[in-house]
Design a protein around this ligand. Structure first.
Ligand SMILES: O=C(O)CCC(=O)C(=O)O
Ligand SMILES: [Fe+2]
Length: 240
């Protein structure tokens, strides 16, 4: 990809797609990583759930300043890293650069998020439910018609942290809001620039998902808008 232009939003890339399931032999890797993390966090895990906020528990971040909590089992950590690299190649669009992975928890009784795009217009992600994704806990996302005016897309790009969907609705004849109900170990790919939000978990279980975050731009010097650390507040820092 040519980095001279930042990645403009493209309706055809947006949305979550079901792209397969985690092979049987790789499944214990994800569940063991989850158990390792939860054990290491101890009471902080329960405290975090009690906050009733969607929370990112990053295991690895490319950006060394990012908040990450390493797994205590180093062999497991290495195996997981290798698997995530492989899964990125297999399930994401060509050219995706893995920049992080870990868990996103949507606790029972959480608050709904605002519509947003993660970080920048070229953020994509692989989501792997560890607990059932249901209509009461799964991420909602928007797909836009291909005829969406450039101007409307640029307005979204200019403030990815808080997308004004009412303005968006005024600029197109229609758009769709979706969710994917999926079994644990399904692989869901969130295409670049997908407008989405976590919903209030009105189900009976804390929803646990594994994620691998991805991007495509190598040089953010070309990015015209301020890209901040939107979910920083909701990320647990192991060293706190
Ligand atoms: O947990 C979810 O369903 C979505 C979370 C999310 O999109 C976020 O925190 O950026
Ligand atoms: Fe998000």
């Amino acid at each position: 990809m040519d980095d001279r232009d930042y990645v403009k939003l493209k309706p055809e890339l947006m949305g979550f797609r079901y792209v397969g399931t985690v092979p049987q032999e790789a499944r214990p890797l994800l569940t063991r990583a989850y158990e390792d993390l939860k054990r290491s966090m101890g009471t902080r895990w329960d405290e975090q759930i009690a906050e009733k906020e969607i929370c990112w528990m990053n295991v690895w971040q490319e950006d060394e300043e990012g908040d990450a909590m390493e797994l205590s089992d180093k062999a497991l950590a290495k195996e997981l890293h290798d698997w995530c690299l492989k899964a990125s190649g297999q399930f994401a669009e060509k050219g995706a650069i893995m920049d992080g992975y870990g868990f996103v928890v949507n606790p029972i009784g959480s608050k709904q998020q605002v519509w947003h795009v993660d970080y920048t217009t070229d953020a994509a992600a692989i989501w792997i439910p560890l607990t059932q994704f249901t209509d009461r806990n799964a991420t909602q996302f928007i797909t836009l018609p291909e005829t969406t005016p450039e101007e409307a897309l640029e307005k979204v790009a200019s403030n990815v942290d808080d997308v004004d969907v009412d303005a968006l609705a005024r600029s197109v004849d229609h758009f769709q809001v979706h969710q994917i109900v999926a079994k644990p170990m399904s692989v869901l790919y969130m295409g670049r620039g997908t407008i989405h939000r976590g919903i209030s978990n009105s189900g009976d279980d804390n929803r646990i998902s594994f994620y691998i975050s991805l991007h495509f731009i190598r040089d953010y010097a070309v990015y015209p808008y301020y890209a901040d650390e939107r979910s920083e507040k909701a990320v647990v820092n192991f060293n706190d």
